[in-house]
Design a protein around this ligand. Structure first.
Ligand code: DCP
Ligand code: MG
Length: 377
């Protein structure tokens, strides 16, 4: 007789925002494979396929133990035929031929390298690849016109592709925190993104800034950026204005999912002396120029939110990206509401629902509160 425990199917709720997804993952081999296919789909502008693979990976991440048998997957949500074939392939052969061939394909490798340049998206990378550009040297030799972001991205490529450590993120929080305090003493700054979810590394550092008095956050970003720039701390920055106006949306025009906060995308210059342990990790010593230098470049995102929208902004900027997407899908499909990083809108009642904490937003959505470290879907 077959061991019962081996064929007992797992059960998992459909939406990632109904699940507690810690950083613990008993199915990393499977989820890495599905994530690679998701990445390939996203880089090829096939977002629908990308989300399908991301959802499938998130379901496997949420399982309490490693999958050993296809029968355990019976009845699980979000596992489409394509994902199931990939999982079956790996369980039976140790690898998936589709994943291996994607990983080795020249197109995927070129898309990864080119979109790894800050300021380069999949459309630009695709155009360059069609023009025969597959790597950084070919890009430099091609004479392609690069915008300011892309020039900075190319210049700091090696630094930016290195993961940021928690120690580095905290050092930057210290510096940006001092800058914020000096331009607006009452203002508050929070580390968001992956670090708020308890990750030890990230590809960038995300901050959300607000002021306890509504309206006093206006003008904060330019002052903050000037403070940082005057001290030579920004290698690149581009600030975009807040374009969110609640009244212009009005009833029947629910808030879109696009963020319209005042936002600064930057490349921060972090000096070696500013992190407790120094900025050089073992892996970064590969580049001789990096070992001579006493600093590294780090991608830093700054967002300023009015206090009235702060809870929505905090929830929206904590991620993970899939968790956010699933929250919005839940709101729309299950509750007839529209959720964005600015507001929650009840489509039936035709009104905005206020909230001053993440807990309140989950409650309005009829969801159990999931703390940040369990949003790693
Ligand atoms: N986010 C968003 N809209 C965007 C960009 C990001 O809602 N246009 C949200 C979802 C992300 C969070 O902000 O989880 C931070 O974005 P990152 O790309 O920095 O993602 P993470 O911080 O989760 O990942 P990493 O640790 O790799 O930086
Ligand atoms: Mg981040």
């Amino acid at each position: 007789a077959v061991n019962d425990s081996e064929v007992t199917p797992f059960t998992v709720p459909s939406y990632a925002c109904q699940r507690r997804s810690t950083l613990e993952n008993h199915n990393a081999v499977l989820t890495d494979a599905l994530s690679l296919l998701a990445e390939n789909a996203e880089l090829s502008d096939e977002d629908g396929r990308g989300v399908a693979f991301r959802r499938a990976a998130a379901v496997l991440k949420a399982l309490p133990s490693a999958v050993t048998n296809m029968s355990q997957l019976t009845g699980l949500p979000c596992l489409g035929g394509h994902s199931l074939r990939v999982i079956k392939d790996i369980l039976e052969n140790g690898t998936s031929s589709e994943v291996e061939s994607t990983k080795e394909s020249e197109r995927f490798k070129a898309l990864k390298v080119l979109t790894g340049i800050f300021g380069v998206g999949s459309k630009t990378a695709d155009r360059w690849i069609r023009e025969g550009i597959h790597n950084l040297q070919q890009l430099r030799d091609s004479g392609q016109t690069l915008n300011r972001a892309q020039q900075a991205g190319l210049e700091h490529y090696d630094d930016i592709k290195q993961l940021v450590s928690l120690a580095e993120a905290e050092a930057i929080r210290g510096i940006v925190g001092r800058a914020v305090a000096s331009v607006s003493p009452e203002a508050q700054i929070v580390l968001t993104g992956g670090f708020r979810r308890g990750k030890q590394t990230g590809h960038d550092v995300d901050f959300l800034i607000t002021h306890p008095e509504e309206g006093s956050e206006v003008g904060l970003m330019p002052k903050l950026v000037s403070w940082l720039e005057s001290r030579g701390l920004l290698l690149y920055q581009k600030t975009t204005r807040n374009s969110y106006l609640e009244c212009s949306e009005g009833p029947g025009r629910p808030p879109s999912n696009i963020d319209r906060f005042e936002r600064c995308l930057s490349i921060f210059k972090l000096s070696a002396g500013q992190t407790g342990s120094g900025v050089q990790s073992e892996e970064t010593t590969a580049s001789p120029s990096a070992t001579e230098r006493r600093w590294r470049a780090v991608r830093v995102d700054l967002v300023v939110s009015p206090i009235s929208q702060f809870a929505f902004a905090l929830l929206g900027w904590t991620g993970s990206k899939l968790f956010e997407r699933e929250l919005r899908r839940w709101a729309g499909h299950e509750k007839g509401m529209s959720l964005s990083s600015h507001a929650l809108y009840d489509n039936k009642q035709g009104r905005y629902i206020r909230a001053s904490s993440e807990e309140e937003i989950f409650a309005h959505l009829g969801l159990e509160f999931i703390p940040p470290n369990e949003r790693n879907a």
